[in-house]
Design a protein around this ligand. Structure first.
Ligand code: GLA
Length: 394
């Protein structure tokens, strides 16, 4: 879907639901992360950019105090009284939300805004999206960003983009029950065409960094393995716990406070698995800083080795890759990519590859063939460019 058809789909759904036109239409993008994986909840550094794929929310106010959410990817709308949100959320750790999971994202945003002291009239919310779900491209942050932007306007909350990103993360952590960091919501709120967002996840200070990929004659290919992941269960939370354990052993508040020079001491103090989790985060933070410097000083052609090193660290030390992601990365590199790595939380989802603009077809064909040879399901492959963050569309 293009943004125009996603926009039309959300508006048509709204009208089918209410018989009226929406008060407005808001949208927010998914993201890819260039580098800096599992560093956000360790108060470290990340370098994501927003992608052209967006979630659109067509929203109108109601005369009563109820919220109804509908989405093109499910049949039944979900309707609750606004007061009831405080009974439905937070979702206890390890439990599934008291509403269907997709509805916990927009309703969780309304709940988080109420927790932050803002509320307003009843709402009808119709959602459509062309961000692939479960692909590690932050479809959830896109729903949160579109909903938070709409409610910020319609409930006169007056929050800035960083505050709206925090609202989105609160919905994700406490309403959906996924223990994620803030990278995705910040990328979705702050994205700008042609820029990546260099974010310090401790201070939430964000600086835009020109990526210059197109100017260098290059493209970013996304290889969606279609292996679905969910961060509300299992591996993601375990990795987070290992990082907290490592920080406690080192006697620091978070792994942000551990440097590459401290790793020899860390290795003496902890078991092998905890050490390798720590080493990934510590070296990945350094790779983000290195990539920002390399992009500024040498340009996009010079970042390939950092991408490859990041993937190796996630595969061997953090152990969050899967065979499909490794095949995508290895095949893209063998077909001439300058660099490649899995992107997002891992355990499935997508890889990115930095390639020559004229190599899109060749690299895509090579990856598709390698997947077929390995007996994997066929990947979905497309290019992305850095795009705008959340905004009101109409
Ligand atoms: C998911 C989470 C983010 C981040 C990444 C890994 O996308 O939502 O907060 O932790 O995984 O870098």
């Amino acid at each position: 879907m293009t943004i125009a058809t996603t926009h039309d789909a959300a508006t048509a759904l709204f009208t089918a639901l209410t018989g009226a036109a929406p008060a407005g239409v808001w949208s927010a993008p998914g993201r890819v992360n260039l580098i800096g994986e599992h560093t956000d909840y360790n108060e470290g550094f990340v370098l994501p950019f927003a992608i052209p794929h967006r979630t659109v929310a067509a929203v109108g106010t109601r005369d009563d105090s109820r919220i109804r959410v509908a989405s093109t990817f499910t049949d039944a709308p979900v309707e609750v009284a606004i007061d009831e949100l405080d009974r439905l959320f937070p979702t206890p750790t390890g439990k599934t939300p008291a509403v269907p999971e997709w509805a916990a994202y927009p309703l969780g945003v309304a709940w988080a805004l109420r927790q932050a002291g803002t509320t307003g009239s009843g709402l009808d919310i119709a959602i459509a999206s062309d961000v692939p779900v479960g692909a590690g491209l932050s479809s959830s942050a896109a729903i949160e960003g579109a909903t938070a932007s709409a409610l910020n306007d319609l409930w006169d909350a007056g929050l800035d983009r960083t505050a709206l990103a925090r609202i989105g993360r609160r919905a994700e952590n406490e309403a959906v029950g996924a223990p994620t960091g803030i990278m995705d919501q910040m990328a979705s709120m702050l994205g700008q065409p042609d820029e990546a967002i260099f974010l310090d996840c401790r201070s939430l200070e964000a600086v835009v960094v020109p990526v210059g990929i197109a100017e260098a004659g290059l493209a970013i290919l996304v290889i969606d393995t279609r292996v679905k992941h969910a961060h509300s269960t299992g591996g993601y939370g375990e990795r987070r716990a290992a990082c907290e354990r490592g920080a406690a052993i080192m006697g620091v508040p978070s792994l942000r406070d551990v440097s590459v020079d401290d790793l020899a001491r860390a290795e003496e103090l902890m078991d092998d698995v905890t050490f390798r989790r720590v080493r990934h985060v510590v070296t990945e933070n350094q790779r983000v800083l290195d990539m920002v410097r390399v992009l500024r000083e040498q340009g996009a052609r010079a970042i390939g080795d950092l991408l490859v090193a990041s993937h190796a660290s996630m595969r061997d030390d953090f152990e969050i890759s899967v065979p499909e992601l490794d095949t995508a990365v290895e095949t893209a590199l063998a077909a001439g990519a300058l660099g490649a790595r899995m992107t997002g939380g891992g355990f499935g989802g997508a890889a990115i590859a930095l390639i020559e603009q004229d190599a899109v077809q060749r690299v895509s064909d090579a990856v598709t063939a390698a997947f077929a040879d390995a007996g994997f399901i066929e990947p979905v492959i497309f290019t992305v460019t850095p795009a705008a963050g959340a905004h009101r569309d109409a």
